[in-house]
Design a protein around this ligand. Structure first.
Ligand code: NA7
Length: 542
């Protein structure tokens, strides 16, 4: 059955490619495939374009990559026409940018919104995917490209009793688009990751009382976010061509790199001076732009961790409170580093209470709020900033069945394996942008990695077309090779030892593996390019 509501639908429901997701990657992928002359349809569960920047419309949501590198590079005209207002734009601006792109390149006509893919089955005889949606439609396509993002399946903690609660509950990744009136209300925020921190520092002013439920303290780095003048914009525009190349040559896809040489080449005083200098930059450079040893060697990591702890302590008036807010159980940078603006200062206010739930967990909702093992907290609104089933969640929810009826959900519930995070053995012609075991699973300035992966996929499809082939998938051996390399790289770092969504530790029962490739963006790109140049050696093509 074909959904005939949409304007550009193929009468027989047959496409060259189905793209799932109309966020940063999906929009670019659609544009690239259309340029090739392919018949493409995009499905998105959201009501409009934007992906992450559509759904995460919670108070204070803001990108923490610099706007001049968090953008598309494919159109000079676009770079000329779009004006970024500041260094780290807030969610509404980023969403507006993606809407601007969709309109400028007339992308909407090929996107079907409010449509969730419910299953995708590989038909071995037809060598095509059959895709069903919650709108009752069914289409087929030679290629299925998931652009669902690595953080798009929200993790909702299973606190019982939510139906009893008389107030309002909102997950940050499904925040009501019209907002919630928090003025004068008793607001509870559960979670103090990058998202929780943005919410807390933003709503503390408006809320009557704010109760923060913290399980793990974070190493927040102050964000420096100047407004851009016309001169700034002209400066970054003039550098766009250089930046476009530069971001692919660095460790984390930004315009800076691990620029300070080895940790061991400097005295303690020199290191301190360098750390102060990078701290003042007010960006993720403090995390992925200092010394290579920081994420690998305990001694270096301890020193930088202590540097940040000191900075946090200095911000909190009450030493007992400071003790709770200073992370001790893991090292700096082994959990996603959040950028903050006034976060620690919020706890000096009279209307803000920090509830440490590390040893006294939240047990349930009550009619009037939340109960922990140590007490009850009366609340009008509970904001769950509790994160995501990262990397795999959006893919496993889609019920993807590959060759011989194998199920991606079932396979990944045992062991999360992929080839470069781009393809999975047993699932021909399925491409996964930001799939697990690629740097795009969040060890990268996202726009850099997403565009690189979309380009790789587009080149791969072009190759198949040019050589008269129909399908491609990695061999078992190729996949084993990548997983082994990924694991060797990951296990040499301190990241693999910290519990967080990076290792799958935030989801009960999820197999442990560092979800993000940590060998560096430049190295990843080199490997991807080499593979392409070799004619996709190690892949079965037919
Ligand atoms: P994160 O980083 O996974 O943070 C989720 C937070 O929620 C974290 O503080 C968790 O504590 C907390 N959490 C989760 N479940 C519970 C329960 N049951 N009780 C108390 N606290 C809980 O997600 P974010 O959305 O903040 O950030 C995700 C990414 O988005 C971020 O890394 C950026 O890349 C953008 P825990 O640490 O598990 O103890």
């Amino acid at each position: 059955m074909v959904d005939l509501n949409s304007s550009e639908v193929d009468a027989h429901g047959q496409y060259d490619a189905i793209v799932v997701g109309a966020g940063i990657a999906g929009l670019y992928q659609l544009n690239r495939l259309r340029e090739m002359g392919l018949k493409v349809r995009v499905f998105d569960a959201a009501g409009s374009v934007g992906g992450t920047w559509y759904w995460n419309c919670y108070p204070g949501a803001r990108v923490d990559s610099q706007s001049y590198v968090y953008q598309y590079w494919f159109s000079d005209e676009l770079i000329e026409e779009w004006d970024w207002s500041e260094r780290f734009p807030a969610q509404p601006e980023t969403e507006r940018y993606l809407n601007f792109v969709a309109d400028k390149f007339d992308l909407r006509k090929d996107i079907q919104f409010n449509t969730r893919v419910t299953s995708a089955d590989w038909d071995e005889i037809e060598q095509r995917w059959t895709i069903k949606t919650d709108q009752g439609g069914e289409v087929t396509a030679q290629f299925l490209i998931s652009c669902t993002g690595m953080l798009s399946a929200p993790k909702v903690p299973p606190f019982p009793g939510h139906e009893k609660f008389k107030g309002q509950i909102a997950h940050t990744a499904r925040y009501p688009r019209q907002g919630i009136d928090l003025a004068g209300k008793r607001v509870g925020v559960v979670g103090t990751g990058a998202t929780g921190i943005q919410v807390i520092q933003t709503v503390a002013d408006e809320a009557g009382d704010l109760t923060v439920f913290q399980r793990t303290a974070q190493y927040g780095v102050p964000m420096r976010n100047p407004q851009f003048t016309d001169t700034d914009r002209a400066h970054w525009r003039a550098k766009a061509h250089e930046l476009k190349e530069r971001v692919h040559q660095t460790f984390a896809g930004f315009d800076f790199d691990l620029d300070y040489g080895s940790w061991h080449d400097h005295t303690r005083e020199q290191r301190r001076q360098i750390l102060e200098e990078i701290w003042a930059d007010g960006s993720l450079k403090f995390w992925v732009g200092s010394f290579p040893e920081v994420l690998v060697e305990e001694e270096a990591n301890n020193e930088i961790s202590e540097f940040v702890r000191e900075k946090i302590r200095a911000r909190i008036n009450d030493p007992i409170l400071a003790k709770k807010l200073v992370p001790e159980s893991y090292g700096f940078g082994t959990y996603r580093v959040p950028l903050e603006t006034g976060y620690y200062d919020v706890f000096n206010r009279d209307n803000v209470e920090l509830v440490d739930v590390s040893n006294a967990p939240i047990e349930c909702f009550t009619e009037t709020g939340l109960r922990t093992s140590e007490g009850e907290f009366e609340l009008d609104v509970v904001i769950l900033a509790t994160g995501f089933d990262a990397g795999t969640g959006s893919l496993t929810q889609m019920n993807i069945q590959g060759r011989d009826g194998r199920s991606l959900k079932e396979e990944w519930s045992r062991d999360i394996r992929s080839t470069l995070g781009l393809q999975v053995t047993g699932y021909p012609n399925l491409f996964t942008v930001a799939g697990p075991l690629a740097p795009s699973t969040a060890f990268c300035n996202m726009t850099t990695c997403l565009q690189q992966q979309v380009d790789w996929i587009t080149d791969c499809i072009t190759y198949l077309k040019d050589t008269g082939n129909i399908s491609i998938e990695p061999t078992v051996q190729k996949q084993d090779e990548w997983v082994e390399h990924h694991d060797d790289t990951a296990n040499a770092t301190l990241m693999a030892r910290t519990n967080s969504w990076y290792t799958g530790a935030n989801i009960e029962g999820k197999p442990r593996r560092l979800l993000s490739y940590i060998g560096g963006v430049a190295e990843y790109r080199r490997i991807c390019d080499e593979l392409k140049d070799s004619g996709y050696q190690g892949f079965s093509i037919g």
